[in-house]
Design a binder for this molecule. Structure first.
Ligand SMILES: [Zn+2]
Length: 185
């Protein structure tokens, strides 16, 4: 996505401040339901209705075991303890790293974090108004305190989705901070 790579140096630096790190990775099978190319006559960023509600269609992205699904070449977070792959089922998307887009099918991350005694999460990455937003909402619902490091995120903004995300964060008590609040200059 445009400017998406700008978050990499910020995230690399932030990661040095954290002992417990989970990396998440879109990992879609070919022909995934979220791809416009899987729906004849449809274009990216159109919305369709599927069994769990509305689904925005995206350009093909993050196909399993292809270079497009790889972490950015300049990402340096060697001490991350878990890489969670999401969107692995062909017929359901997963913006959130906690639940697929039916908001019910768990990825298992809540259990992983609870078992390890983690109660507060700092989120960074792409995209602010989709994967970060949905992850934040699900994390709050599962009882975690959530902080978003805003300048370590970039949004896409489809039909006002950034404004909608900010309203949701405010309503849920999700704090938004800057990386410099965590990393000394
Ligand atoms: Zn995806």
């Amino acid at each position: 996505m445009p400017h998406g790579d700008e978050v990499v140096p910020v995230v690399n630096q932030l990661a040095q401040k954290f002992e417990n790190i989970v990396l998440t990775q879109d990992w879609h099978p070919p022909g995934h339901l979220s791809f416009a190319s899987s729906h004849p006559g449809r274009s990216p960023y159109e919305t369709i209705t599927v069994f769990y509600g509305r689904q925005i269609l995206w350009p093909d992205h993050c196909v399993q075991a292809t270079p497009g699904a790889a972490f950015h070449a300049t990402m340096r977070i060697a001490h991350a303890g878990l890489i969670l792959r999401k969107g692995i089922h062909r017929n359901i998307d997963s913006y959130s790293t906690f639940y697929e887009n039916d908001r019910r099918t768990p990825t298992g991350l809540t259990g992983y974090l609870r078992d390890r005694g983690i109660r507060r999460l700092f989120l960074a990455g792409l995209a602010l108004d989709f994967c970060v937003r949905y992850s934040a909402e699900d994390a709050v619902r599962d009882g975690f305190a959530v902080v978003i490091v805003e300048d370590a995120c970039r949004g896409i903004d489809v039909d006002g989705s950034i404004a909608a995300s900010r309203s949701s964060f405010a309503e849920l008590g999700v704090a938004c901070i800057s990386a410099r609040d965590l990393v000394a200059r």
